[in-house]
Design a protein around this ligand. Structure first.
Ligand code: FAD
Ligand code: EPU
Length: 283
């Protein structure tokens, strides 16, 4: 494996919001390097697509999964598969989800179509059970390899208390690899379902953003509630509530984490329903 890499870097370049100060970034390529990185307080960075990171950065080590944690083996594992179920080899937690979803379509493998357009890494998407009304990560999981400070374990989805935007995986646990449980279909059918799911994104902004700010309370669209409160276009500094979808905060260029936090606070003070944050705030 390539050697462990430890660098002081601005985290803004790793987030879809484009905000975040410096931290010590540990890029690990195998289990030995990961175990070393986990010896002191750490955080794990995925695709950075759900993060609002302080302009001062974070004091902990920031772990990035690369090397063997970023490769994917999509061959059918005959010993685990059945006539109805196609079980894959291991897919690294650091592998980009969009590329995986495209490759599954190319191979005519069905199960993750609903997650099309989510700019995450596999591990990050699993950690929060990312999804849409057309499907979520746990629909297609067969097993997960999880690294903890106490060692590595393999679990099944049934071992975890997962639900809407929630996996039941602990704060200090790292999803290093997963196996998927898929259905055999055709590229045409899988692509058609992806195109259908992608239609729901037409109203989402194509700007620097960490996705939806709040979870939908009790199945109601938080975006609809924020919109009805008249908050589209509400701006602090260079952060603004999107004019297209009110549950998205966008970076107009040079926004600061503090601006985003101030907007979140304002929204909560105006909207009459308690809103649970979907973003992760670092620190
Ligand atoms: P990060 O943002 O890097 O991290 C988020 C959390 O996951 C952190 O706590 C981090 O420590 C943890 N984490 C990351 N990797 C691992 C790992 N390997 N093991 C353990 N923990 C890990 N989300 C949806 O659910 N549905 C959507 O439709 C959706 N649409 C989006 C559209 C856009 C344009 C954007 C920018 C975001 C959208 N999101 C959506 C939000 C985001 O993509 C998800 O929350 C996703 O799960 C974040 O994954 P990530 O890899 O980017 O994680
Ligand atoms: N709406 C408004 N105004 C707005 C936004 C939405 O009136 O500003 C209305 C829409 O017109 C529609 C309804 O609210 O009638 C639902 O909107 P939408 O279809 O956009 O879905 P959502 O519930 O707001 C959820 C997820 C998204 C996911 C989409 C598509 C959450 C918090 N959000 O949004 O996930 O992409 O469905 O499936 O669950 C994310 O989690 O980061 C995310 C982007």
């Amino acid at each position: 494996a390539p050697p462990l890499k430890v660098e002081r870097l601005a985290l803004s370049r790793f987030t879809t919001l484009g905000v975040g100060g410096e931290a010590e970034v540990w890029t690990v390529h195998d289990h030995a390097q990961l175990a070393a990185a986990m010896q002191a307080p750490y955080r794990v960075l995925g695709g950075g697509s759900n993060l609002v990171i302080s302009d001062d950065g974070v004091p902990e080590r920031v772990i990035r999964l690369a090397g063997e944690f970023a490769v994917r083996d999509l061959e059918r594992d005959a010993s685990l598969s059945s006539e109805r179920e196609y079980v894959t080899g291991w897919i690294g937690g650091g592998a980009p989800l969009p590329g995986l979803v495209r490759e599954l379509a190319r191979r005519g493998l069905s199960g993750l179509e609903g997650t099309v357009g989510i700019p995450a890494q596999v591990g990050g998407a699993v950690w929060m059970n990312a999804g849409t009304r057309y499907g979520e990560m746990f629909d297609a999981l067969y097993s997960l390899e999880i690294a903890t400070p106490g060692g590595v374990r393999v679990v099944t989805p049934n071992d975890l208390e997962h639900g809407y935007r929630k996996s039941g995986i602990g704060r200090d646990e790292i999803v290093t690899r997963v196996r998927l449980r898929l259905g055999s279909s055709t590229p045409e059918e899988v692509t058609a379902r992806m195109t259908f799911a992608d239609e729901a994104r037409k109203g989402q902004p194509k700007m620097k953003t960490p996705g939806c700010a709040f979870k939908n309370p009790g199945g109601v669209s938080a975006g609809k509630l924020i919109d009805e409160a008249g908050l589209k276009g509400y701006r602090i500094g260079n952060a603004m509530i999107s004019l297209e979808h009110a549950n998205f905060i966008v970076n107009l260029g040079g926004a600061r984490a503090a601006d985003v936090l101030a907007i979140l606070e304002h929204v909560r003070s105006i909207v009459g329903v308690p809103l649970e944050l979907e973003y992760e705030l670092w620190p």
